[in-house]
Design a protein around this ligand. Structure first.
Ligand SMILES: Cc1cc2nc3c(=O)[nH]c(=O)nc-3n(C[C@H](O)[C@H](O)[C@H](O)COP(=O)(O)OP(=O)(O)OC[C@H]3O[C@@H](n4cnc5c(N)ncnc54)[C@H](O)[C@@H]3O)c2cc1C
Length: 417
């Protein structure tokens, strides 16, 4: 059924008792044209666009937990397309355009809120770097405004402008950036894919990849038996190295933990997304009133979805340096997610050396904003065999060929990107 104001009204009249399930709970079939491993945002979006854009509906998404149990339901919900490099910018802007029409497209309220993303700068050198990034964005048709100190003050008066350890000199604003309710994105894509015939199968961990003559993938071993696949697509985020190893591949990826935090509910305090330029700290206010914030990854390899106190202290310090009033808030919850940090900080959407095995990985801690374009481009690759033009640089062999996409300029240091 289509969700609409009328359907909400009519179901309300009957006590909201007879809403149909948003998606089915099918048993796995013996085989599919395409099997996608990982029912996070990227796997579900891939299934949705395979069905909607390319008419491929004999598809299963196999998820070891429940929908939204991975990073799609753990991130700080920020979306933006404020990238510098040509290998990244058109892709993230494509994603932003998909976000802008997404709720109408999949008929689900994902609370897309284009409240702006503001990156603060604290020195002349940093201002020049942000100006350069803003100019690159504009050259790609992306919105970017350079604000001076007064412009920042008018927008976020709660920042410390009088006695700051790192005085704020201005900021780079992307007005179309913002936040999206993360788990609703998984639900919306799952519902849209299911309605087009895709089997979304939860609690079905893939435990092995079965290969036949010539090394071709025949299908996957799962907790619920063997499932055949003519094409196999991996979209397992923090566990990319684990699932790729099932096919004998070693990826240029390390897994790291990233934490996030939410405070008690407050009256409106920050109506945009703000990032601190003198440390790593980003904050926005959820529609429930809690401040949602985070910082750097913990810095050591881990598959644990919980972090360390040293990072909690580091994040809190940066937050209070930027906005001293935060020191009076109670943090209600913190959690962690496992990030697939690539060597250059940029993702991979590509074929692999195994002919019918496709890879979507290396999203580091910026993959939520990429969800729509990642799904679209991965579906394009699986359906046509050719990379989508906006994702053409996100190749697996770029590390061997020296064509890295090093947005931060940190070199081959996954924990620094
Ligand atoms: C704390 C935190 C804050 C973040 N903040 C932001 C942000 O503000 N903006 C942004 O753009 N990005 C952010 N990110 C990053 C973003 O969330 C991820 O890059 C993105 O969600 C990864 O893609 P996904 O949604 O497909 O991942 P996931 O939701 O993790 O999906 C992968 C799925 O694969 C499943 N899986 C793994 N192994 C198997 C197996 N063997 N069999 C079956 N299923 C398997 C997992 O259970 C999981 O559900 C953040 C991440 C974290 C943790």
């Amino acid at each position: 059924m289509r969700y609409s104001a009328l359907s909400v009204f009519l179901k309300g009249l009957s006590g909201n008792r007879d809403w149909p399930r948003a998606w089915r709970a099918p048993e796995p079939k013996p085989s599919y044209d395409v099997v996608i491993v990982g029912g996070g945002g990227h796997g579900l979006a891939t299934a949705y666009y395979l069905a909607r854009e390319f008419g491929i509906t004999d598809v299963a998404v196999l998820e070891k937990g429940w929908l939204g149990s991975g990073n799609i339901g753990r991130n700080t919900t920020i979306i933006r397309s404020n990238y510098l490099l040509a290998g990244n910018n058109p892709f993230y802007e494509f994603s932003m355009k998909l976000w802008e029409g997404l709720e109408r497209d999949f008929n689900f309220n994902a609370m897309v809120s284009q409240r702006g993303v503001l990156n603060l700068f604290h020195s002349d050198g940093q201002r020049d770097a942000y100006r350069r990034r803003g100019n690159a964005m504009r050259l790609h048709g992306v919105d970017a405004d350079l604000l001076d100190r007064d412009g920042v003050r008018a927008r976020v008066p709660t920042i410390d402008f009088d006695n700051a350890r790192f005085p704020v000199k201005g900021g780079l604003l992307q007005p179309r950036g913002g936040t999206v309710r993360h788990d609703a994105v998984a639900w919306g894509y799952a519902r849209g894919a299911d309605a087009r015939g895709v089997d979304v199968i939860q609690h079905c961990a893939v435990t092995g990849i079965r290969r036949g003559p010539g090394g071709l993938v025949l299908g996957v071993e799962t907790e619920r038996g063997f499932v055949g696949a003519r094409k196999l697509a991996l979209a397992t985020a923090g566990h990319s190295s684990v699932t790729a190893a099932m096919a004998g591949l070693k990826l240029p990826i390390e897994s790291h933990v990233l934490q996030a935090f939410v405070t008690e509910g407050l009256k409106p305090l920050v109506d945009t997304v703000v990032t601190f330029g003198a440390g790593h700290f980003y904050v926005s206010q959820s529609d429930k009133g809690g401040l949602v914030f985070g910082g750097d990854i913990d810095g050591y390899n881990s598959y644990a979805r919980r972090g360390n106190l040293a990072t909690v202290e580091n994040v809190a310090e940066a937050g209070v340096a930027m906005m001293p009033s935060l020191s009076r808030l109670k943090v209600l919850r913190s959690w962690g997610g496992v990030m697939d940090m690539s060597m250059d900080g940029s993702p991979i959407i590509d074929r692999t050396p195994v002919d019918n095995l496709y890879l979507n990985a290396g999203w580091c801690y910026g993959g939520f904003k990429a969800t729509p374009a990642s799904g679209y481009c991965f579906a394009h690759l699986i359906a046509t065999g050719e990379p989508h033009p906006t994702a053409a640089a996100m190749r697996l062999d770029r590390f061997a060929r020296g064509l890295t996409i090093d947005e931060k300029g940190q070199g081959a240091q996954p924990n620094l990107h």
